[in-house]
Design a protein around this ligand. Structure first.
Ligand code: G
Ligand code: G
Ligand code: MN
Ligand code: NA
Length: 254
């Protein structure tokens, strides 16, 4: 088991690192964005997955500290890529509900953007459905403030919570990411195909872009292409990779 004290130390002693997974736009077959995924290189236990330590961090205010570290580090990385190459993709960062709801969240983001010189237009925040459902008013309010700066907002793991499709119109979202549980059994599962199709139709009418997560096969990709899904992400294209490999992926397509 992972210990709270260990994690606290990990943040302070730089044991965390960032990997990035590309998201491809199907219109131009190009990397449109990259998702930041944190990793923990434990001195004795080796690599620990965020699935193990994010929930632990979320039990306390440690998630604020961890979230701020990820934010700052990812924006710095973006600037480093910009210095290394011509890049033209957005940077997505997963935001925990507690982090999003913190009163200093917006100020902190703006400060990090100023400090790193990263354009707010290139930043995309992935929020969760449960945040939106449980804190509807405050979430809408905060999204509106962030959008004034030009920051993009995506709803992550869409379909796993209880958001009805009509709910989508309440939030000024740029993008929704269809959870991989709906992509996994495509193209054969007719129910999942119908669900994905409905999400795409509603999103298109609301002017919200759609990313399909967890694409692993050519057959899934072909169907998503046929359904006119705009963006795809998954192991079929690339697993999350270190910063240098991400830039190599980008440069290889130019
Ligand atoms: O990378 P992996 O698929 O193992 O991630 C597992 C989970 O951890 C996913 O739900 C992902 O959104 C979450 N996660 C990864 N990095 C971060 C992060 O920096 N902040 C938050 N809040 N969640 C993250
Ligand atoms: O909750 P979130 O969507 O942020 O989770 C991202 C997680 O999904 C990461 O841990 C990443 O490793 C994982 N992931 C990304 N692509 C795929 C995929 O194609 N298949 C599977 N099984 N997991 C994936
Ligand atoms: Mn995500
Ligand atoms: Na997701």
């Amino acid at each position: 088991i992972v210990l709270f004290e260990d994690l606290k130390k990990a943040i302070e002693e730089n044991q965390l690192l960032l990997h990035f997974q590309p998201k491809y736009g199907l219109a131009h077959n190009q990397i449109e964005g990259v998702e930041t995924l944190v990793r923990w290189k434990h001195p004795e236990k080796g690599m620990i997955s965020p699935g193990e330590f994010i929930p632990l961090a979320e039990e306390s205010d440690l998630i604020i500290q961890l979230g701020n570290w990820v934010l700052k580090e990812a924006c710095y990385q973006y600037k480093v890529w910009e210095q290394q190459s011509y890049i033209n993709f957005h940077l997505s960062i997963n935001i925990s509900p507690k982090q999003f709801l913190h009163p200093d969240f917006t100020d902190n983001i703006i400060q990090v953007l100023e400090e790193t010189g990263m354009s707010p237009l290139k930043l995309d925040l992935e929020i969760t459905e449960s945040l939106a459902i449980e804190n509807t008013e405050s979430t809408i309010e905060k999204i509106q403030i962030l959008k004034q700066y030009g920051i993009q907002i995506s709803m992550d793991d869409f379909g796993t919570g209880y958001t009805s499709l009509s709910y989508l119109s309440m939030f000024p979202l740029d993008r929704i990411k269809i959870d991989r549980s709906f992509i996994q059994y495509l193209p054969d599962n007719k129910d999942h195909k119908a669900i994905v199709q409905s999400i795409l139709t509603v999103a298109k009418n609301l002017n919200i872009r759609v990313t399909a997560e967890g694409v692993e096969t050519q057959a899934q990709l072909a169907l998503l292409h046929q359904l006119q899904c705009e963006e795809v992400q998954g192991f079929y294209f690339s697993k999350p990779v270190p910063p240098d490999s991400l830039l190599a992926h980008w440069n290889a397509q130019l």
